[in-house]
Write a protein that binds this ligand. Structure first.
Ligand code: SF4
Length: 220
């Protein structure tokens, strides 16, 4: 694995283009074998999307289809995610889509605490390159790991996250995982309601609201 500086500062981002950095990061992620989750996976799955994105979509870990195609959210959950993005009026080309844990786990078992902890530096690497203004967390594990909250009880809230390790501040908002939305009608309604809420919040970003600058960044 290439051991370049994972706590990359803006100066280094300026020296190499974001697209070069994200490509290097994807190459590194694919070579990773630092934890037990790798035993079940064909290959770790790096994030994909716009390296200049203001919005990052964060899931838990790849499913069987994603493991096969080495791409995030390409199965049925990916189609549901497209519906969510459509409501926010963003396409996959506008956002960066990634996972908390980069490896598929057999039978979609929940990643263990030490796997989530070990893999976190790879997510931080992606975030340090993309420098998003908003991260939308899908499902309990992604939300719990990022802001110690539940995606069910903390819906329709923005959290201000200061990630001191990579010196980046961003907004975080939790919602249901698209797989849960596919399984359960109530979760589906909540998932799509959350998309409408995010859209209306972004539409009001020019009003006098806290962290106006971060939200404005999402829109520009
Ligand atoms: S889950 Fe993350 S840390 Fe573990 S092997 Fe896969 S990429 Fe590496």
């Amino acid at each position: 694995m290439i051991m370049y500086d994972y706590t990359m500062k803006q100066k280094k981002v300026d020296m190499l283009s974001r697209s070069e950095l994200i490509r290097m990061a994807a190459d590194d992620i694919k070579l990773c074998n630092l934890c037990s989750a790798r035993l079940d996976a064909a290959c770790p799955v790096p994030g994909k999307g716009n390296c200049e994105a203001r919005v990052v979509i964060l899931g838990r870990n790849p499913g069987a289809q994603e493991n096969k195609l080495i791409e995030p959210f390409v199965g049925p959950a990916g189609k549901k995610l497209d519906e969510f993005l459509n409501i926010i009026e963003l396409s996959r080309q506008d956002v960066y889509i990634t996972n908390l844990v980069k490896c598929y786990t057999k039978n979609n078992r929940e990643p263990q605490y030490d796997e989530i902890k070990t893999c976190r530096f790879l997510l931080d690497l992606e975030i340090s390159i993309i420098r998003p203004s908003l991260i939308i967390g899908l499902g309990e594990e992604a939300c719990d790991s990022m802001v110690y909250c539940s995606s069910s009880s903390s819906r329709q809230k923005f959290f201000i996250v200061e990630n001191k390790d990579i010196e980046i501040e961003y907004l975080f908002t939790p919602t249901r995982h698209p797989s849960a939305a596919l399984r359960n009608g109530r979760f589906n309604n909540e998932f799509l309601d959350d998309a409408r809420w995010i859209k209306s919040f972004l539409n009001e970003a020019n009003n006098n609201i806290p962290h106006h600058d971060l939200l404005t960044n999402i829109l520009t």
